[in-house]
Design a protein around this ligand. Structure first.
Ligand code: GDP
Length: 150
């Protein structure tokens, strides 16, 4: 079972899209094992996006991610890192496949509404950056799984 990090960016919260996006994640079958709504401190935003330091959009990206609440989550599931990226879609909503979150729910590349870790190394780094292990509720089971002794 794999874990990944995802964050709904401020526009998703301000536009009331949390439920819609969470529904897509849950319908796929991924388990949400960590979740917190937070105002992101600038220091955390800078660490999260450190690979983009120096790029033309970097300052605006930091301003955006610190401009309102972000819903940070850790998900668990089979191949969840690449699977979630597939559901999220390409960085620009214009390139993202119809049916993906970015294609369906946002208009601009710079102010897209969701982040998802792009590889196992990023997922590990980002989960550790945003969450303490004791904030994660791993291994919870459905009633059926308990009944079947899985
Ligand atoms: P992601 O993994 O698909 O989110 O893409 P990246 O890690 O490359 O970029 C992080 C975030 O920076 C993206 O989600 C966008 O919000 C923003 N971004 C990335 N590339 C560009 C770009 O070329 N122009 C602008 N304006 N914003 C960008």
């Amino acid at each position: 079972m794999e874990r990944t990090f995802t964050a709904l960016k401020p526009d998703a919260i301000k536009r009331g899209l949390m439920g819609e996006i969470i529904k897509r994640i849950e319908n796929k079958g991924y388990k949400i094992i960590g979740m917190k709504l937070m105002n992101v401190p600038e220091e955390l935003a800078k660490k999260h996006y450190e690979e983009h330091l120096g790029k033309p959009f970097y300052e605006r990206l930091i301003r955006y991610i610190t401009s309102g609440p972000v819903l940070a989550m850790v998900l668990e599931g089979e191949n969840v890192i690449s699977g979630l990226r597939h559901i999220v879609g390409k960085t620009s909503p214009d390139d993202a496949e119809a049916g993906s979150i970015r294609a369906d729910l946002c208009m601009t590349k710079e102010y897209n509404i969701i982040h998802a870790s792009d590889c196992p190394i990023s997922a590990k780094r980002e989960i550790e950056l945003w969450f303490n292990e004791n904030e994660l509720c791993s291994n919870y089971k459905t009633a059926l799984e308990i009944l079947m002794g899985i």
